[in-house]
Design a protein around this ligand. Structure first.
Ligand code: PLP
Ligand code: TYF
Length: 395
C-alpha cells in the first residue's frame, strides 16, 4: 500500500536546518528556523528549567498515568499566565498539549466539533504550519492581508476590509504577539477595534501564543490579546513554551478555552480531554512538570523572568544594531523597520533570487520569503551581513 503515497512537500523552514548543516563554509550565518541563540551560538537550557528538572527528578515518585486533560498543577499555572486577571478563571479551561503545534491542533479539532461549518481565517502571511494543518484536517481556510511591505507595519485597513467577509461563528487566528513571519504587531487600538468587530459580527478569536515575553515583556506582550479576551464571551489561546522556556524538543503547550459560562467551560473541558484521548491519550509530562515547578516557585519564576528578559533584550539589541548597519551600508532608510519590529522574526523584503544570492555567495541562510531569525545573529556577523545585503541589492 505504501507505494500509493506521494512525496510530501518539505517544510521550507525545517528544510533549512539540513541545508545549513551541510554547508562546509566557515562563517556561514544561520537565520533560518526560529530558535533563540545566545552570543555563543547555542540554544541554552534556561537556568530555572535546569533547576526545576533536577528537582523534579529527585522528587518524582511514579510514572503512572496522569489525567487525560493534563497535569493539574501545570494547568493551574498556565491559565493565569495566559489570561492574567482579565477574566473569571471559572470560565477558563485548558488541556495539556505537546507544544504549541499540538495545542493548535487540539483547538482546531475542538472548533470542528463545536462549529462544523466554520471557516478558519489566517493572516497572509502566517506561520506556514497554520495553513498546512488546516488543509491536512480538511478545514476551510480564508486569508486576511496583514503586512504592508512599503511601511513595514500592519496593513490594518486591508485586514479589516477582508474581515468584513467573516461569517458569524468563523474562527479568526491571530498571533498574540511577535508575529511570525513579519515581526509587525497589532497595537492596543487595533486590538480594541478587532474586539469590537468580533463582538458585532460574532467571530471567535483563536490566539496563537508562541512568543509570550519575547517582544516587550510578559505583561506588555499580553496586553493586546488579553484586552480582547476580557471583552468577548468566547476565545481560545494556543500556548507554546518552546521559545519562552526553551523547551522546544520536550514539547510543552496548552489549548486554552475561555467560554461564556462555567458550564460551557466544563463542556469544553470534557471535549478537550476526549480529543487528547483520541489523539495520544496523555500529553508528555516531563516538560509540563518543569513549567509547573518553575511557575509554582517564586524564586524560580523570578529567575526565569530575568533570563527571559536577557533573551528579549539581546534580540532587541540585535534589531537596533542590524537596522543601523543596514542603514549605513545601503545608505537608505529602507530597513529601519527592523528596529521597530518585535519578536524573533522580520522579513528583509528581498526577492527569492536575492535570498538565493545571499545563500550561494555569502553563506547566509534565511527563509525564501526573506524572513530572518534575528536571534540567529552573532553581534560580529552584523557588519558582514549588512555589506552582503548592500552588495546583493545594488542595482
Ligand atoms: N505558532 C507559531 C507562530 C510558531 O512560530 C510556532 C513555532 O515555534 C508554533 C506555533 C508552535 O511551536 P511548537 O509546536 O514548537 O511549540
Ligand atoms: O517558524 C519557525 O521557525 C518556528 C519553528 O513546522 C518551526 O516556529 C518551524 C516550522 C515548523 C515547526 C516549528
Amino acid at each position: 500500500m505504501f507505494e500509493a503515497l506521494k512525496p510530501q512537500p518539505a517544510d521550507k523552514i525545517i528544510a533549512l536546518i539540513a541545508a545549513y548543516a551541510a554547508d562546509p563554509r566557515e562563517g556561514k550565518i544561520d537565520l533560518g528556523v526560529g530558535v533563540y541563540r545566545d552570543d555563543s551560538g547555542t540554544t541554552p537550557i534556561m537556568r530555572a528549567v535546569r533547576a526545576a528538572e533536577t528537582a523534579n527528578l529527585q522528587a518524582e515518585t511514579t510514572k503512572t498515568y496522569n489525567r487525560l486533560i493534563g497535569d493539574a498543577a501545570y494547568l493551574a499555572a498556565v491559565k493565569p499566565l495566559a489570561v492574567g486577571d482579565t477574566v473569571d478563571l471559572a470560565r477558563v479551561t485548558a488541556s495539556q498539549a505537546p507544544g504549541g503545534t499540538g495545542a493548535l491542533h487540539c483547538l482546531f479539532e475542538l472548533c470542528k466539533l463545536a462549529r462544523p461549518g466554520a471557516r478558519y481565517w489566517i493572516s497572509d502571511p502566517s506561520w506556514p504550519n497554520h495553513e498546512a494543518i488546516l488543509r491536512h484536517m480538511g478545514l476551510p481556510i480564508a486569508k486576511y492581508p496583514y503586512y504592508d511591505e512599503a511601511t513595514g507595519a500592519v496593513d490594518f485597513d486591508a485586514m479589516m476590509a477582508a474581515l468584513d467577509d467573516v461569517q458569524e461563528g468563523d474562527i479568526v487566528i491571530l498571533h498574540g504577539c511577535c508575529h511570525n513571519p513579519t515581526g509587525a504587531n497589532l497595537d492596543l487600538t487595533q486590538w480594541a477595534a478587532l474586539t469590537t468587530h468580533a463582538a458585532l459580527r460574532g467571530w471567535v478569536p483563536l490566539i496563537d501564543l508562541a512568543y509570550l515575553g519575547l517582544g516587550d515583556g510578559l505583561e506588555e506582550d499580553a496586553a493586546g490579546y488579553r484586552s480582547m479576551v476580557s471583552r468577548l464571551p468566547e476565545s481560545m489561546i494556543g500556548l507554546s513554551f518552546s521559545k519562552n522556556f526553551g523547551l522546544y524538543r520536550d514539547r510543552a503547550g496548552a489549548a486554552i478555552v475561555v467560554a461564556e459560562t462555567p458550564e460551557d467551560a466544563g463542556m469544553a473541558e470534557g471535549a478537550l480531554a476526549a480529543i487528547n484521548r483520541l489523539n495520544y491519550s496523555f500529553a508528555p509530562h516531563h516538560s509540563a512538570a518543569i513549567v509547573a515547578t518553575v511557575l509554582g516557585d517564586a524564586d524560580l519564576t523570578a529567575d526565569w523572568q530575568a533570563e527571559l528578559k536577557d533573551m528579549r533584550e539581546r534580540v532587541t539589541g540585535l534589531r537596533v544594531a542590524l537596522a543601523e548597519a543596514l542603514k549605513r551600508e545601503t545608505n537608505s532608510d529602507r530597513f529601519n523597520f527592523i528596529a521597530e519590529h518585535r519578536g524573533m522574526f522580520s522579513r528583509l523584503g528581498l526577492t527569492p533570487a536575492e535570498v538565493e544570492t545571499l545563500r550561494a555567495e555569502h553563506g547566509i541562510y534565511m527563509v525564501g520569503d526573506s524572513r530572518m531569525n534575528i536571534a540567529g545573529f552573532h553581534p560580529d556577523d552584523i557588519d558582514r551581513f549588512a555589506k552582503a545585503v548592500a552588495k546583493t541589492i545594488r542595482p
